[in-house]
Design a protein around this ligand. Structure first.
Ligand code: TXA
Ligand code: MG
Length: 348
């Protein structure tokens, strides 16, 4: 058991002493949970093998799942062999922001960080606390989402404390994550570029720099021989609440009817329903939680992981969730939701 220090610190009120202490900790190979605009990250010095190994241990993460390195500016030549023109255009358009780019790695980045691959994912997060700690520590920070492996990613500091207290040296932050879904991961070693994990930077946004950009077709399917995801992390069971989760997919009226029918017919156990502000009043389940306004897909996405964790804390036995359009950020939302449900989808 480690003695974890928790510091509440917000982007609009930076405390330099805390930044310096956390930066030193990173330099010294310690584990520091940091806020980002997507989800909280479990950070360590990306160039220090032992520190990186400790990330995997703290999370209980499979060793072959590569980490993303977080940088505080666009000068990444030390860490990657080549920055293709499309990639530097993407960096100019969307960094800092929820976009991870995959490059061929330089030798300075250990295989412990890249999960044994010759490539490395790089991202410049849009959160001042994170950027200041990276900048001050003078090294890139390797950081997966700051949850125990398999659990929903943490979008607030309390969720990090719940999962990682006693397992890391520091938990810093306070900012709520703006997006609440992990970054879009884009392979820039291929031409055309390819989305390996959908996020808030959508395919249409990528097409501005590469009109042939495409989405790894495996992303929205249960893994089979025909659909093997290219990102190692996409193959694991993920984001899952304790209770089984089922998605009800179809026209809204029919969805509501079906969910109410399941709720009524269930003899025992506590049922949780996940819906939107517009439909919240229509359910008679034990627990009904809205993800937000159905027209605001970013808000819906930002509340997903928090809501799954909430259902766990309320000890529900079964969760039913409405389905959403896969347009824009909806693709990322449905990708996470389907994985959380282990592809248990009932079409009505
Ligand atoms: O928003 C985010 O990206 C958050 C915050 C903390 O920055 N981080 C995050 O990291 O989600 P993680 O480790 O939970 O997910 C990284 C994903 C995994 O699916 C992994 O397999 C993929 O990115 N990935 C990382 N490096 C890769 C590489 N070299 N090639 C292919 N996929 C890679
Ligand atoms: Mg993760």
């Amino acid at each position: 058991m480690k003695k974890t220090k928790v510091y509440e610190i917000f982007s609009d009120n930076i405390d330099l002493d805390i930044i310096n202490e956390c930066s030193k900790a990173i330099e010294n190979g310690e584990l520091v949970v940091i806020p980002t605009e997507t989800v909280y990250g479990l950070g360590a010095n990306a160039l220090n093998k032992d520190a990186v190994d400790n990330i995997f241990k703290a999370k209980g993460r499979p060793q072959d799942n590569p980490l993303i390195i977080h940088v505080s500016n666009k000068d990444i030549h030390k860490y990657v062999k080549r920055v293709p023109k499309v990639a530097s255009e993407l960096m100019d358009l969307y960094w800092p922001g929820p976009l991870t780019l995959i490059f061929e790695k330089e030798d300075i980045v250990p295989y412990n960080t890249s999960g044994g691959l010759e490539t490395i994912g790089v991202r410049m997060p849009n959160n001042k606390v994170a950027l200041d700690i990276i900048q001050n520590s003078g090294v890139p920070i390797a950081a997966p989402s700051a949850n125990l492996s398999g659990k929903p990613s943490p979008t607030d500091i309390d969720s990090c404390i719940e999962d990682l207290m006693g397992r890391v040296d520091y938990i810093v932050g306070g900012d709520e994550c703006e997006f609440g879904l992990e970054s879009t991961v884009v392979d820039c070693t291929s031409d055309p570029i390819c989305i390996l994990r959908p996020g808030a930077i959508t395919i249409d946004m990528l097409k501005k720099v590469d009109e042939n950009a495409y989405i790894d077709p495996a992303i929205l399917h249960k893994e089979t021989n025909d659909f093997k995801p290219k990102a190692p992390g996409m193959k694991y069971r993920h984001y899952a609440p304790n209770a089984p989760l089922q998605i009800i997919e179809g026209e809204l009226d029919k969805t509501i009817e079906k969910i109410n029918e399941i709720v009524q017919n269930r003899k025992d156990g506590k049922i949780g329903v996940i819906c939107t502000d517009e439909t919240k009043g229509k359910y008679k389940a034990d627990i009904v939680i809205s993800l937000g306004n159905s027209n605001d897909i970013q808000q819906i996405g930002s509340n997903l992981f928090k809501t799954l964790r909430k259902m766990d804390s309320l000890n529900v036995d079964y969760i039913l969730c409405e389905s959403f359009s896969e347009e824009g950020i909806g693709l990322a939302l449905m990708n996470r939701l389907k994985k959380a449900a282990a592809y248990n989808i009932l079409k009505v």
